[in-house]
Every structure is written in C-alpha cells, then in structure tokens.
Write a protein that binds this ligand. Sequence first.
Ligand code: 5GP
Ligand code: MN
Ligand code: MN
Length: 333
Amino acid sequence: ISEDAWAQALTLLRGADRSIVLACHLNPDGDALGSMLATALGLRQLGIRVQASFSNPFRLPQALAQLAGLELLVRPEEVVTSPDVLVTFDTGSVDRLGDLAPLVAAAAQVIVVDHHVTNSGFGTFNLIDPQAAATAVVVEELLTRLGVRLDAAIAECLYVGLSTDTASFRGAATSPSTHELAARLLATGIRPDEISRRLYDARPMRSLHLLADVLGRVVLEPDVADGAGLSWSYVTQDDLERYGLGMEWVEGVVDMIRGAEESTLAMVAKQTVPGEWSVSLRSRGSVDVGALSVRLGGGGHRFAAGFTGRGPLEDVVASVRAALNDLPVAVTS
Ligand code: 5GP
Ligand code: MN
Ligand code: MN
C-alpha cells in the first residue's frame, strides 16, 4: 500500500461535511463485518458520522449477532445513493457488494480496504495488502494512522476478523505480525474464550444432525487431476427445511472435509435456489483454489475460495474437474 494512497484516504475520511458510506461483501463473514464495524466505531470516536451496511438478505449468522458496533448498521435501503465517499471492506470485486454494487459508480470517491489477491483495485484509492491475513489487519493500520484509540469494542471487531480469516490462527497467512496484532487486541481486555465460543462453539443440536447428513455423503474422487484428490459434498434447500435451519450452520463443514488426507481439495456445493449453487473450495496446499475459482467466475485466496455455479449439481462438479485439469500450474507434491 503506497504512502500516497494512505494519505489520500486519510484526507477523504477526515474532511468535514461529507457523506461517508461503509459497505462490506454480501452474506458477511467475521472479517467483512468486523472490519467495517471497527472502522465505523473508530470514525465515531473521532466525531465522524458514517452509514455502515451490506446487501440484502440483511441478516447475520448467530455467530456474529452480538458483535460490538452492530447498532451502527443501517439497512441497505436507507443508505444514501450517491455518497461523497464509499469505503468497501473485504470485497474483492464490485459484484460482491450485491445490492450495494451501484454505489461504486455513484460515489464521488471510493476507498477499497481489502486483502484479496484477486482484487481488481476498483477504488479511487486502494488500500489492498494481499499479504495481510485479514482485512482487519489493514483496518488496524488505517485506524492507527487516523489517531483512533484502540478500545475494547474496536478490538473485539478486529479480533473476530483476524480469528475468522486465519481459521483461528491456523492458516498459512498467520505470521509474527498476526500474533502481535492479536496481542495488542487482547491487551484491551477482550476475552478470546468468549469470542471463540460465540464464533465456533455455539450451535443448535439439530445442526449436528444436518452436519452428519452432509458429512455422510462426502465423495472422494482420488485422481481428479494429475494426482489431486477431490472430496466433495453438498447441501440442498430440502436439507435445510428438514431441520428448519439456515445455511449458516454448514458454513464450516468444508473445513472439516478439508481434513481428509486422501484428497488435495475439498468442496461443498450449497444450493441457494433451485439451479444455483454457492460453491466453497479449500486446498490442502498444492492447488491454488483462488486461481481455480477465478476461472469459474468467483474468487478468493490460495487456500480458501469460492464461486457461484449454475445448473444441475453434476454439471457444477464437472466444471470444477474441468477447470482443475485446465489450471496452468500443474499440481505438485
Ligand atoms: P467461503 O467458502 O468461506 O464461503 O468463502 C471463502 C472465500 O472465498 C471468501 O473469503 C471469498 O474470498 C471467496 N468467495 C466465496 N464465494 C465467492 C463468490 O461467489 N465469488 C467470489 N468472488 N469470491 C467468493
Ligand atoms: Mn470475507
Ligand atoms: Mn477477509
């Protein structure tokens, strides 16, 4: 991130009498929501008023429903349509803003705060660090440069982003600086045990039965491309209706399937509406699922990525097999 981009972003945010809208990607995860709310809280501390929102469906998974700063959220319908400044968080491409995507063209200035390698840099000013373990890392630097004091509410939001995107500090992007940031956040008095329980260990009993169904039908394709194995499963709307649950309860299942040593790749296809699948991909190392997903119209990171697949499930799986065989970088190790 260039010093010039930082300087311009600070000037835009500090300017008086401007309408500022903060937006994160649709179906927000801990990094998207945490990064956006930490910024909203930090700016409020400086006396700068903003609107913070995300696309419909305007609801949050239970894991995020008690996050600090939620009171600063407004519904997407209430957001001004042509703000002076739009700031996007954890959003790799304009379409990921969903209903709020038109703001990118309508806003006078756009600041992009992100860590996706695949980010197109659609802002007037881009604060994008592909090395950062989470967008929350970039936000902490932004808030420090703005002179915001790190309080417990801001720290909680940033910790949720950091923990979510590093899979609890297990991911490859976890570095000394990741832990140094975590230490600064914990020093504000926030409780990692309580935050982690809300994020990862609080679910209705019937969601275990749903998980059992999804895990029970995992298929292993041992030799899908150049020796890479693929383990995959799926969740339909019927499954969710059977248990009266939302898709949030199977978000983590792809990370369980990734544990299968016999395969290089894990995939879960989640049916959003008939004929449409939100596909999650995970890599155990040798395949870049971010690159794979870009070929399929999506995006993400080297080890975790996704795309939207259309048509029957079998066609979606076939498209992944085909894209895998097409990848320029051969599967190694
Ligand atoms: P998850 O599998 O946890 O839903 O998503 C993992 C990562 O893949 C996300 O952080 C996001 O970067 C990316 N991703 C997932 N689905 C999509 C999609 O439909 N489009 C794009 N561009 N990226 C996605
Ligand atoms: Mn995200
Ligand atoms: Mn992120």
